[in-house]
Design a protein around this ligand. Structure first.
Ligand code: 1PW
Length: 213
């Protein structure tokens, strides 16, 4: 298969499957690989999406720096990261200050986007042939991420969504095969994405980290 066709949402969703260990830990390497795939995908959707991916690129870079930094061993899993940063008071809990770029708050931003992605893909999976991807994407956004964004970001995101192709073209762009194949693949992969989301949400809830500034 040609190199240009190698990107597929299946691979992205695979990363979110392999980031889960049998013990329920989340391996940051695979989690971030999933994100890198998503960014590749967003960039392939055109320049209107690049403003959206830019912020995520910056956040992934922050995480990669921790993963190669002097405390890299603490950043193997999401659980070890939270424990390490909390025990060492490396998280700004009330107001952004010297720990403005903690791993905990950086992952929280990405985690919220995953909820949107999950809702969006669920909608895509069950939508009728003629449904508009832009509408499904906007609905998913309004139900999840929008409340965490400023007015200007909400406006820009909504405009970007209008540029999304039809459902059929979208599945093609994701290299997921025919609509039937794509729906079947989503059926297998989405539960893993949900599990990653749920584990993260619960971990953050236990540590009271869901509203980090
Ligand atoms: C079609 C499938 C696309 C799936 C991935 C979508 C990624 C969407 C990322 C939205 C980013 C919008 C622009 C930036 C917003 C930031 O203000 C916000 N960042 C995120 C990732 O939500 C909050 O980050 P901040 O300002 O608190 O550092």
């Amino acid at each position: 298969m040609a190199e240009t066709q190698r990107f597929s949402l299946t691979e992205v969703l695979d990363s979110f499957r392999t980031c889960l260990t049998d013990q329920g830990d989340i391996l940051l390497e695979h989690y971030l690989n999933g994100w890198k795939g998503l960014i590749k995908f967003m960039n392939s959707l055109g320049s209107v999406f690049s403003f959206i991916s830019k912020d995520a690129v910056g956040k992934i870079q922050i995480m990669e720096n921790y993963r190669i930094g002097e405390s890299s061993q603490q950043y193997l899993t999401l659980q070890s990261m939270v424990k390490y940063e909390m025990e060492n008071k490396l998280v700004d809990l009330v107001q952004r200050s010297e720990n403005w770029d903690s791993g905990c708050r950086t992952i929280l931003r990405l985690h919220r986007v995953l909820r949107w992605l999950q809702l969006f893909l669920e909608k895509l999976q069950i939508a009728s042939e003629d449904s508009k991807t832009s509408v499904l994407c906007t609905e998913a956004y309004n139900d999840s991420l929008a409340c965490h964004h400023t007015w200007i970001v909400r406006k820009a995101a909504t405009v970007a969504f209008y540029a999304l192709p039809t459902r059929v073209a979208f599945f093609e762009a994701m290299n997921m095969g025919t609509t039937e194949e794509a729906v079947a693949k989503l059926g297998v992969a989405l539960p893993f994405l949900s599990k990653v989301f749920d584990i993260t949400e619960e971990l953050y809830r236990q540590h009271n980290l869901l509203d980090l500034p």
